[in-house]
Design a protein around this ligand. Structure first.
Ligand SMILES: C[S@@+](CC[C@H](N)C(=O)[O-])C[C@H]1O[C@@H](n2cnc3c(N)ncnc32)[C@H](O)[C@@H]1O
Length: 244
């Protein structure tokens, strides 16, 4: 049995000796660009000049947005050049209750952590009416089609990423939705990425050749549930906003 400690320990070791996003990796280049576009669009809805934003598992990534950003990561070297930063895990955040307006947690950070503890911390530090932008890699991905893991609520998986062996928790979208509901969070937007690309990769096309099909993600949203590799949620602590 793989314990959370092992997932966390491997993440610290790997990220200490690498970069957050691998060079020359077309699949992850698409992931990064697609997520950035969605995050910036949602930030434009939920943030303004006085908004305090926590970039949780920042990896040094920056977003074009109004507001002040505090960067949090387990790896100090990624964030120490920012004016406001915190070294630590999303499972135990050294910030007071109800102190942050918006949390961004994207780039599979949740997949390296205990999701229950992380979501509980997000709930604690968010102000009432605050927003969470959350992304995770899903067990509903076409990558697991025709295996017993497809749609499984939670399991650990090994990936070779950045020339390293990474250990991640994979979650079903249903599991994360349930977890958010437990904390009375309300999902107000949902986007899925790597839909056709995951499917094509599953049936044998290489990652490099299938990755560009993620450009079609926007138009295949209606069929994305059983195939997409990543889900992004915009989540409200209490308020609901008009559906798009
Ligand atoms: C693939 S990078 C994504 C970086 C950034 N969020 C983005 O989307 O560009 C994953 C990041 O998560 C960080 N990380 C992993 N486990 C974490 C944890 N438990 N708490 C905080 N950060 C963590 C890593 O150090 C790394 O910077």
């Amino acid at each position: 049995m793989i314990l959370q400690d092992e997932v966390s320990k491997t993440a610290v070791e790997n990220y200490n000796s690498s970069t957050p996003w691998p060079q020359n990796d077309i699949w992850h280049k698409h992931t990064f660009n697609a997520e950035k576009e969605i995050v910036e669009k949602w930030l434009s809805i939920v943030s303004s000049q006085n908004t305090l934003i926590l970039n949780a598992g920042s990896g040094g990534s920056v977003y074009n947005t109004e507001g002040t950003i505090v960067h949090l990561d387990i790896i100090e070297k990624y964030i120490k050049h920012f004016e406001k930063y915190l070294v630590g895990s999303i499972e135990e955040i050294d910030l007071p209750a109800e102190s942050v307006d918006v949390i961004i947690c994207v780039g599979s950070v949740l997949n390296y952590a205990d999701a229950q503890r992380a979501v509980s911390e997000f709930y604690r530090i968010l102000k009432p009416n605050g927003f969470l932008i959350l992304e995770f890699e899903r067990s509903d991905s076409a990558e697991f089609l025709c295996t017993t893991n497809h749609g499984k609520d939670i399991f650990t998986n090994v990936y070779y990423y950045n020339d390293q062996k990474h250990l991640l928790w994979l979650y079903s979208e249903r599991h994360i939705r349930q977890l958010l509901r437990q904390f009375h969070f309300k999902i107000v937007r949902c986007k899925r990425i790597h839909t056709l690309s995951s499917l094509l990769n599953r049936i044998g096309l290489s990652e490099a050749k299938s990755a560009p099909f993620s450009k079609l993600d926007k138009i295949v949203q209606p069929i994305s549930y059983p195939f997409s590799h990543n889900t992004l949620f915009l989540v409200s602590k209490t308020l609901s906003i008009k559906k798009q």
